[in-house]
Design a protein around this ligand. Structure first.
Ligand code: DQA
Length: 152
């Protein structure tokens, strides 16, 4: 069975109570439930994780790369600073879709730069928790073969 890693970075454990005007009122557990049902429909195994620690995210990216599983990655604030995450993606040859709940380009200037975008297959942002579902749809089209790969 194909699998997909959904990796969430720092402070995303606070979803639901954290700045609801920006991130909404649904929790990380709500997000996992949504994605679990979308994965069940597609016959995909969901590996859903969150960490506030950069090194743990690095290790999980390595795991996904070694397993040949695509990654939907919301690296939170590490997006804007972490060369380690960028190098993990390149080094493990991980197939990453970068996602953000908010439209980071409509926010503070320091959120406009991503260390990850250049090594990601694609970027989806600004659609709330739907950003993750859209990333899953991009990787595993519900109407298609679900190969996890687009033609170049
Ligand atoms: C975020 C945007 C980041 O700038 C921020 O640090 C987050 C969440 C988003 O999903 O919109 O933690 O990645």
């Amino acid at each position: 069975m194909p699998s997909v890693f959904v990796l969430n970075g720092p402070n995303l454990n606070l979803l639901g109570s954290r700045e609801p005007a920006t991130y909404g009122s649904e929790t990380l557990a709500d997000l996992e439930a949504r994605l679990q049902s979308a994965c069940d429909q597609r016959g995909i195994e969901l590996v859903f994780r969150q960490s506030n620690h950069e090194g743990e995210l690095v290790a999980w990216i390595h795991d996904a790369g070694a397993a040949g599983a695509p990654v939907i990655l919301n690296a939170g604030a590490y997006t804007h600073s972490s060369i380690a995450l960028r190098d993990a993606i390149s080094g493990a040859n991980a197939d990453v879709v970068e996602v953000h709940i908010s439209n980071v380009h409509a926010r503070e200037h320091f959120r406009h730069r991503s260390m990850i975008s250049a090594v990601a297959r694609g970027v989806i942002l600004g659609f709330g928790l739907r950003s993750y579902e859209l990333a899953l749809e991009a990787l595993f089209p519900s109407g298609g073969q679900g190969s996890g790969r687009f033609l170049p």
